[in-house]
Design a binder for this molecule. Structure first.
Ligand SMILES: NC(=O)c1ccc[n+]([C@@H]2O[C@H](COP(=O)([O-])OP(=O)(O)OC[C@H]3O[C@@H](n4cnc5c(N)ncnc54)[C@H](O)[C@@H]3O)[C@@H](O)[C@H]2O)c1
Length: 296
């Protein structure tokens, strides 16, 4: 069977860890050659060696415009062209609340999470147009790019901006055969958790397991996400399977952003029953509140 990304060339930023690393591994398994673009040089060299000829590492700090441009050039020098650019690198940024954040912290967070994505679009699109081939740009947004309350204001605003870049890209670039889509992961157990919450990196896995056990129950799907959950959707967006998908942000969160609160429906049903029994009622309008028809 033909692999989904056979003969394709991709750049994956943040490709040495978590979601980016899983994407690199899935892209390679599906036949792509991949530039791993990150700032963790030792790790990047090791990963690219392990993956063999289909992977090469380049030091790319996505907050530096010249580095982002160099990632595209390196893909062309190494593998002859570019088909896929995955804007994925990221970190928490400035975690300050609204009443404390300063413009330096807000700016730094936007540079890392939004401007980098815009620059990835700029240089990938230029290359796609030069080649006359079109291409697929994928960006990692977040549940925090769709709703408030998931993270800090800097991160939330910056991830909302990713959704904006993707929509504008569809408006400006679709006629050149360029597609741009984002993925909005929910809670995904990667090293970003340890980094964001001040847990030493050598305890990242243990911390992730600890959180996964406790947070799983708060998700509609009953579990948190893992990096391959996101990487598989990135493969879909990178491949021709998604040829007519453009300008969208796909939540990959087990349903978390589709519902207000995952246990709301059950909780209100319980409270209504408590009220009925307290008020000496029977039947009432249970159908309207819980969707379950009461036999009277
Ligand atoms: N893990 C989650 O729950 C979650 C949820 C929603 C969105 N995200 C987003 O997913 C993306 C990947 O995060 P992850 O969870 O895999 O975390 P991670 O920490 O495992 O990976 C992030 C990678 O980005 C790299 N990076 C950081 N700053 C960089 C820079 N300036 N230039 C180049 N590379 C840089 C890091 O070195 C690392 O390899 C991020 O954009 C993050 O905001 C993660």
């Amino acid at each position: 069977m033909t692999k989904l990304l056979a003969n394709k060339v991709a750049v994956v930023t943040g490709g040495t860890s978590g979601i980016g690393l899983a994407a690199v591994q899935h892209f390679v398994a599906e036949g792509a050659s991949v530039i791993i673009a990150d700032i963790q040089d030792k790790l990047g060299d090791q990963i690219s060696q392990d993956l063999g000829e289909q992977a090469a590492y380049l030091h790319v700090n996505v907050t530096q415009e010249s580095d982002v441009a160099a990632a595209v050039d390196f893909a062309v020098e190494t593998y002859g062209k570019l088909d896929i650019f995955f804007n994925n690198a990221g970190a928490q940024g400035d975690p300050s609340p609204i009443m404390e954040i300063e413009s330096e912290g807000a700016g730094r967070t936007f540079e890392l999470l939004s401007t980098s994505v815009l620059l990835g679009h700029k240089y990938a699109a230029r290359q796609f147009v030069k080649q006359g081939t079109g291409g697929s740009i994928i960006s990692t947004a977040s549940s925090a790019g769709l709703e408030g309350g998931w993270s800090s204001v800097g991160y939330t605003a910056a991830k909302h901006a990713v959704v904006g870049v993707v929509r504008q890209a569809a408006a400006e670039l679709a006629r050149q055969g360029i597609r741009s889509n984002a993925i909005a992961p929910g809670v995904v157990m990667t090293p970003i958790m340890a980094k964001s919450y001040g847990v030493p990196l050598d305890q990242a896995e243990e911390f992730a397991e600890f959180l996964a056990e406790r947070l799983g129950g708060t998700m509609p799907s009953g579990r948190v996400g893992f990096a391959p959950d996101i990487a598989k959707v990135a493969v879909f967006l990178a491949s021709d399977l998604s040829a007519h998908v453009n300008g969208v942000t796909i939540p990959v969160d087990g349903g978390a952003t589709a519902v207000t609160l995952s246990s709301f429906g059950q909780d209100i049903g319980l409270y209504v029953e408590q009220y009925w029994s307290q008020a000496g009622l029977r039947g009432g309008s249970r159908e309207a509140t819980s969707g379950v028809k009461e036999k009277t």
